[in-house]
Design a protein around this ligand. Sequence first.
Ligand SMILES: Cc1cc2nc3c(=O)[nH]c(=O)nc-3n(C[C@H](O)[C@H](O)[C@H](O)COP(=O)(O)O)c2cc1C
Ligand SMILES: [Fe+2]
Ligand SMILES: [Fe+2]
Length: 382
Amino acid sequence: MTFENIRYVGVNDRDIDLFEGMYVVPEGVSYNSYVIIDEKSAVTDGVDGGFADVWLKNIAAVLGDKKPAYLIINHMEPDHSASIFAFAEKYPDATLVGNDKTFVMLSEYFGTAFEGRRLVVTDGEELSLGKTKLKFVFAPMVHWPEVMVTYDETDKVLFSADAFGKFGTLDVEDKWDSEARRYYFGIVGKYGLQVQGLLKKLSAYEIRAIFPLHGPVLRENLGYYIEKYNLWSSYTPEVDGVLIAYTSVYGHTKAAAEKLYEELKDRNVTVSICDLARSDWSQCVASAFQLSKLALATTTYNGEIFPAMREFIDCLVERNYKNRKIGIIENGTWAPVAAKLIRAKFEKCKNITFAETDVKIRSALNDESLAALKVLADEMSK
Ligand SMILES: Cc1cc2nc3c(=O)[nH]c(=O)nc-3n(C[C@H](O)[C@H](O)[C@H](O)COP(=O)(O)O)c2cc1C
Ligand SMILES: [Fe+2]
Ligand SMILES: [Fe+2]
């Protein structure tokens, strides 16, 4: 489906080292912005600061002699908003559209709330551009408090802010799921309840296409993407299977994790394995949420859980990890405490069941711990 009156004016960022200061993005990321051409044209959102010039050129190339009447600010995170001041200077007659919270953030970032040239909208408020009627739907905490999405009632198009976004520049040809999942659980994962709220609001609207702030425009099979968001935000596993996440200093805990992997494969279980110290943590987090079960194998380290495992569990707990089964493999040479500490870390999480068998290793696998591994494999394959 093409929407002749909606043009892309965003940018691809291939040079970014870490998205939000912590996510590796080997295929870069796009900051999407669109122009809705009408009697009064509107630009939706901006781009990161280093791309302001390119963005303004893109807008001018689309509009020619005309000027945008509005800049609609769905999200104030600087990957989209850092260029707004440059826009406001170039187009002094343009009105900035946002909500109360948007303008508080604008004044914090830029020292001005743009009095005299702003339109403060409320939830559900509409704006006519001529032919196109827009409706603003508030979506607090998807992913910041000021977030709103803009529904184009004329074209039945949703400008969805960060929702339905993915990592990767727009020229990357990959399947949406993997990088959209990593993006979702990394960035919005904590706010499942708020995403559910937004999905409920949106179910009242006919949507023909979704224009997110990162990644490609979604034009077909929208039910597929919406169902993924429904699963993710309700913390429902997508796949029945086990992620084995381990840390190991000298290889003995790794051997146990690999043995569990084989045992589960033998039982025809879908299983993935990752070395937490050597893998992209955000990929491991996404896999943990994708699958229904989690096996954690770790060394005791200075009376604590090995640091990479500690951080991994913190990332899960922070993102409201729930509705899962967890198995534990603990290693320690003189005073193993990892299993006890792991259980304590998940105390805040809802609907977590632990496998009955903890595999306890003293330094290296032996007959007893090997037998326990098989019992754990039985439990995790149920
Ligand atoms: C720096 C360091 C600190 C450790 N601290 C503890 C500890 O506090 N208690 C314990 O039982 N084992 C401790 N260990 C031993 C490990 O938990 C583990 O048993 C050993 O490294 C063998 O497992 P691996 O081959 O998977 O690394 C420590 C090991 C290292 C390298
Ligand atoms: Fe964001
Ligand atoms: Fe974003």
